[in-house]
Write a protein that binds this ligand. Structure first.
Ligand code: GLN
Length: 292
């Protein structure tokens, strides 16, 4: 030990971390978060923490754990510190430069899968893919599908590639490009059976009021222009040009954007336009079916 205090056992060190985090705004998530950071550092399961908690940690690992706690207290997202986060039951590499997959986005994947359930070997396009969590999750459920994902950010694309490898996913075609000016390549021409997107949708003026952790995420993945609707003004038309008749457009939205986005989707020639609430009861996804 370097600070003159008696050395702590693994169990004591874990508890100390939990206490430090509990006194911060992390509050009641402290036990969960401290354990995940502990597990990442020491590679010990909860059971092993019980059986081996009386052992003393290697000083280098103890320093690593303390440094993770400090970064967490300074507002770095837990998911970035862990380097990996689960979405739709699969692991995704995350870190600075890429949006962290959110559990509410699983609804978008579920709705797309439902629509595709009766279509053999469907073609799916995901726009603003970030980590790739949407097309990769769809592809893992539907190995017969062809999926393409488009992402512009040079910081996010390496995570997308890493996640393809991490999930042994060989049927997702990654395109580096701007969804608002899609490259004219055969893989993006369609016709697609479903087009999904979780575009940036936070109104610009709200960005500086977001939670400290969210502000560490790339503004390119969050910033939806002055009113948050920038992408929704363009994506329905882009999708209508590439969907097969009867094809599904499914877009994630901010909870107060349902009416505005539904109107834009209808205007672009979609039927059965529906706003779906997430498990917390907030409007989260708008879907529409391209008229036949
Ligand atoms: N769901 C994210 C948030 O709440 C926003 C993601 C997005 O803009 N697509 O911060």
């Amino acid at each position: 030990m370097t600070n003159g205090n008696p050395p702590l056992t693994l169990e004591q060190l874990y508890r100390q971390g939990r206490k430090i985090l509990a006194q911060s705004p992390i509050g009641e998530d402290a036990g969960f978060e401290a354990f995940l950071l502990f597990e990442k550092t020491f590679h010990l399961s909860r059971e092993e923490l019980l059986t081996r908690g009386g052992e003393f940690p290697a000083p280098l690992l103890e320093a690593e754990y303390r440094s993770l706690l400090e970064k967490r207290l300074a507002g770095q997202p837990l998911q970035y510190l862990l380097g990996e986060w689960e979405f739709f039951g699969h692991p995704f590499a995350v870190g600075p430069g890429v949006l962290i997959p959110r559990p509410e986005t699983e609804l978008l994947v579920e709705l797309a899968l439902q629509h595709l359930s009766s279509i053999p070997s469907p073609a799916v396009l995901d726009l603003c893919s970030g980590s790739g969590c949407i097309p990769i999750s769809i592809s893992l459920e539907r190995p017969d599908a062809f999926c393409a994902g488009v992402e512009l950010s040079p910081e996010a694309i390496p995570y997308f590639k890493k996640n393809l490898a991490l999930n042994h996913c060989s049927r997702v075609f990654l395109v580096a490009g701007d969804v608002l000016h899609l490259p004219s390549i055969p893989e993006l021409a369609g016709p697609f059976h479903a087009i999904t997107s979780n575009p940036p949708y936070i109104p610009q003026g709200d960005l500086s009021h977001l939670q400290q952790e969210v502000q560490q995420e790339p503004s390119m993945a969050l910033d939806g222009g002055a009113d948050g609707l920038l992408f929704y003004r363009k994506l329905p038309e882009i999708a209508a040009a590439r969907l097969a008749p009867g094809g599904l457009l499914a877009m994630e939205i901010g909870e107060d954007q349902g009416d505005a986005v539904a109107a834009l989707v209808r205007q672009a020639g979609f039927d059965q336009v529906t706003v779906h609430p997430d498990p917390a009861g907030h409007d989260r996804v708008v879907t529409g079916v391209l008229k036949k």
